[in-house]
Design a protein around this ligand. Structure first.
Ligand code: NAD
Length: 352
């Protein structure tokens, strides 16, 4: 019979609860053996939800039946908890951003290697349907060669919760949502970054950014805009992709959108001039129906193992990690550059 791995959760807040009651619910190879949270109310909640609780992190580390520790605490304590669990010979799954600074993650990687344990970061948005749809269009050149990518998430509810407002806990939107959008982008575009510019917003008056825009250039010529906003009462599309043969748009997480492609015999269908404001324009006229074809977005079948299936395969040395630590490290370094570019209001040239 296949081994079932015992997993303990540290931090039973929003995301710890989501792992326990949603993501790990029907995992055939992983069983939740218990939960620890520093907040007694969250320990009570775990008991009410039917879980056993541990009264300390030490109790988890010294329980030899536990194979995996999942860390879902605020960002500033991930490292300390991970290192203690790794040194106790537990595999570790850590929530994103794994650390605030890249050098801390380098230490964690070294400790995982010394102890011969798997350390994997939960960059779960690599499995998001909107991203996989974009990646399929990109990989299969459905709009020709992509040269511009715009990836945005917009909310109007400010920064939720408590610790996300505070720098010492690793709050702010670059670290919170930026880490996901940048991870998706760099997972998709196989090229080095050559320049980074960014601006951060502080509309809510917090000490951390409540949104940002960053402009990235890749060695292969692709330009990208990544934008996060929390005070956007009108939202812009989730994805806007321009290629040499067309444009694609994905409006939302329900994958509403379309591809509009240029037909090859465009000369036969020159645009008609339109009145635009106080002038006339052919350049900005909508393309004629003959000049373009509108296509549905592609559907995406399961293209890779789920996160936890992959974790088990990695532990059993049957597969490579889908979320590789060197990729996670690159994103942490990129976020450091984004903060620097924004602070100094400069375009930073680099090779990353
Ligand atoms: P939260 O505030 O809802 O929960 C954090 C929990 O950790 C709280 O219950 C708190 O009491 C507990 N805690 C704090 N310090 C602890 C410690 N030293 N030991 C044990 N427990 C401790 O926060 P959240 O929204 O659940 O975020 C937790 C982590 O998950 C963060 O790193 C966040 O970025 C990440 N997250 C990831 C996703 C995703 O989609 N991957 C989504 C949301 C949050």
């Amino acid at each position: 019979m296949e081994k079932k791995y015992n997993l303990a959760i540290v931090g039973y807040g929003g995301m710890g609860g989501y792992h326990a009651n949603h993501i790990l619910k029907d995992q055939p190879r992983i069983a939740i053996t218990g939960i620890y949270d520093i907040n007694p109310e969250r320990m009570e909640a775990a008991i009410t939800d039917g879980y056993q609780v541990y009264d300390s992190l030490d109790a988890i580390c010294s329980d030899e039946t536990i194979d995996i520790v999942l860390i879902a605490t605020p960002n500033d304590v991930h490292k300390e908890i991970a290192i203690r669990a790794l040194n106790a010979k537990k595999h570790v799954v850590c929530e994103k951003p794994v650390t605030i600074y890249s050098k801390d993650f380098e230490e964690m990687i070294a400790v995982a290697e010394e102890n011969n344990q798997v350390l994997m970061v939960h960059q779960n948005r690599r499995w998001d349907q909107d991203f996989l749809t974009t990646k399929k269009m990109f990989d299969e050149k459905m709009v020709g060669d992509v040269f511009q990518i715009e990836s945005r998430v917009h909310g109007a509810n400010g920064i939720p919760g408590d610790w996300r407002h505070l720098k010492e806990h690793g709050g702010g939107m670059v670290l919170d949502w930026g880490v996901h959008l940048l991870d998706q982008l760099l997972f998709m575009v196989d090229s080095k970054l050559t320049s980074v510019y960014a601006n951060l917003s502080y509309i809510l008056g917090d000490e951390v950014d409540d949104g940002f825009q960053t402009y990235l250039t890749f060695e292969n010529g692709i330009n990208a805009l990544v934008e996060v906003g929390t005070t956007n009462f009108i939202t812009l599309p989730r994805w806007y992709i321009k290629g040499t043969e067309g444009t694609a748009i994905i409006n939302d997480w329900s994958i509403n959108g379309k591809i509009v492609k240029q037909n090859s015999d465009v000369l036969a269908a020159a645009p008609k001039p339109i009145q635009a404001g106080q002038g006339l324009t052919k350049t900005m006229a909508p393309p004629s129906e003959e000049a373009t074809s509108t296509l549905a977005l592609p559907s995406v079948e399961k293209s890779m193992e789920d996160f936890y299936e992959n974790l088990v395969s990695v532990i059993e040395k049957k597969a490579e990690a889908i979320v590789k630590n060197e990729e996670v490290l690159r994103i942490l370094k990129l976020m450091e550059v984004i903060f620097k570019a924004a602070e100094n209001n400069e375009v930073i040239k680099l090779s990353l």
